[in-house]
Structures are given as structure tokens and as C-alpha cells.
Design a binder for this molecule. Sequence first.
Ligand SMILES: [Zn+2]
Length: 392
Amino acid sequence: MILHRAPFVVPVSRPVIIDGGVLVADDKIIKVGRFKDLNFESAVVCDHPETILTPPLVNCHCHLELAHLAELGQKSGPENFTGWVRELVAIRQEKVDDGLAAAARELAELEDSGVGLLADIGNLPQSAAIGEKSRVRVIFFQEMLGLAQDAARENIRLLAKDSRKNFTAHAPYSCAAVLLKAIKEKARQQRRIFSIHAAESLDEKQFLSDASGPMRDFVEDKGAWDNSFVAPGCGTINYLNRLDILDERTLCVHCVHVSEAEIAIIAAKKAKICLCPGSNKFLGVGKAPVSMILKQGIMPGLGTDSLAGNLHCSIWEEMRILSRQQPDIDPALIFTMATRGGAEALGYKQYGMLEPDNKAAMLAVSFKQGREKEVLEFLTLTGKDIRIRWIR
Ligand SMILES: [Zn+2]
């Protein structure tokens, strides 16, 4: 048994422990508490001075295969959401590079920053291999698009053919209703998470309202419009609910343009939310109503989205942006989003908290100030310059 001792332990499941310890054996956490209550004779003490011990971070939404398009995320923000999508599609088609090397680098950086669990969305089948050998637990989702009937039908055929893959839908504006339902049904049968970009931009809202606007123009320009799409005339969450897509294994990513009634639907269905404040800020799509989401008892997770639409790929930066935008939110809640919220959203409760029986993997965060009341502010406000080391 090893007893890791630090001036501060942040188990997430309970308040900060001063002069705390985490007792581990056989890759599992045995006990978490005050050092003096855990100091058994049989345990070897491993001291971590000037340190905060925390669970690993969880990144609930990322596109590793777009890492080689980071130049797009380094430009000044786009004029509007659909303009960015147009640029993304164009630059992606031009690239000869398959992006796998950049994706592997990004994953290594995420691991170095303390991410232990990651949801990775990709369109290319070969992207499934990016995280296979990583010590980060990567859940790969093969994303489908298909708004026109032919494209939807072809994807439904693929769904039936391959039972091993974890298929998911891109967005309600890029998938026909029949395809959304088919992908969700398959995920439901397999008891897997169904992740979807939801209520991200005003362009999406307009398209669902009456099939008009910049999104309609884009779809037509791409030759993906065939008149079969019937605008539901409501918000994204209402639409997904009407299609019977929301349940405890549905992860709604972004949720910027959601009404209070729609958040109530998400809460009632026990569906999950992933917030992406950095991407939302970069793309200028607005801010998610975080206080309203928390008020309805939902603990969201955090996601970086892709480097093509965000300046950074760092959950520490996501926390910092959210803390700056919403200073009224308790930093303990923001740190919970980055850990437990994300783990629960992805159905991996063994991550996200320092609790008995959970994996003995944790972060040692350098913290020299040493004052208890500053611990959570430090964790949520420092951003990517924070210094961490893995204990595992
Ligand atoms: Zn995304």
C-alpha cells in the first residue's frame, strides 16, 4: 500500500481535505481522508509537498483528427458559424496530410495536461486507432452526416452492417430525422453513449425553425439538399425530444441556444450536457446558460472541441474561460464539471473523483501559495500554464 500525502486533496466528491492522503493498492484507491487517519504502519508514505492532489480531468468532446487544421483556430474568430464550417470543409479538402501525426501529438499534449478520459469524434474510420495505445482512456465515436434521403439511407445501411463501431450523429441540421433515430436506436441497443452537437449556433436555430438562412445556403451549395428535410419549427432540444432521442445516454454538446423549458426536458430525461466555452467564444456563437443548467440539477461536463475552432485544446483553459465569463459560479462546481461531470456524462464513474474503488490515477498539481481558500480558484483560474504531474 502507498499513502500519497499532500497539503491539499480535492476528492471532488467532498470538500477540500487539508493535510490529506490517498491510500492506494493494486491500482485502486483504498481510502481518502486526513493523513493522520490513514497513516497505517503497513503503508509506504509518499510525500508531495506544495501540491494539490486531484482526479484526472475529463474532456467530453474533442475531434483529434482535426488537429492538423489548427491554423483555422489560430486565425481571428470567423464572421459567423456557417462561414467557419465552410472554411473548415474547404481547408480539410485541400490538405494532403491525413492528420494522424498531429492527432497523436494533440492526444499526447492532452495526457500531459492531465486528461485521463476523452471522447473523440471522427469521420474517418482510421481515426479510431489514434487513442488505442494511449494511457488516456479514449472513447472513439464514428460520426455520421446525411441530410438528404440518399445519404441518410446509405448511412443506415452502414449502421446495420457494422456492429462493433460506436456510431454517432453530427448535428440535427446535418442528419435527416430518420438517420438520427436510427443511430440513437443502435446506441440504445448497445447501451452506448450517443453524442450530438446540439443548439450550438443561431444558424442552426434558424435552419430548424424554417429551413432557411446561412445553413440552408451551405447545404445547397454542397449539393446535400434534396427537399426532403421538413423543418421541425422548434428548438434543437424540443426536436430531439420529439424524435425520442433524449435519455440518460444522450450527450448534448454545446447547448448554447436552449430555453429554460428545454433545459427542463434535458433534466427530466436525465440526458447529459457538454459545455465548450472556449470553442463557443472563438466561434462567437454565444454563451451557454450555465447557471440555469446548474439550477435544474444538471452537472455538465466540459469539452475542448477541435483545434480548428478553439485557440487551445486544454480543459484548464475551458475552466478559466468559464470562470471569467461566469464569476458568480462557485469554482468547486466548475472543477466538478471538468472531472465528475465529464465522467458521468460519458458513463465512466471510476474517473472524475478520488473515491475508494476508483482507479489509482491522480494529478499532483504544483501549488505554492498554500492557502486553503485559494485552492479551487487556483485550479479553475490558472489555465494552461498550470503545472501537473501524473501519479499512477
Ligand atoms: Zn465538435
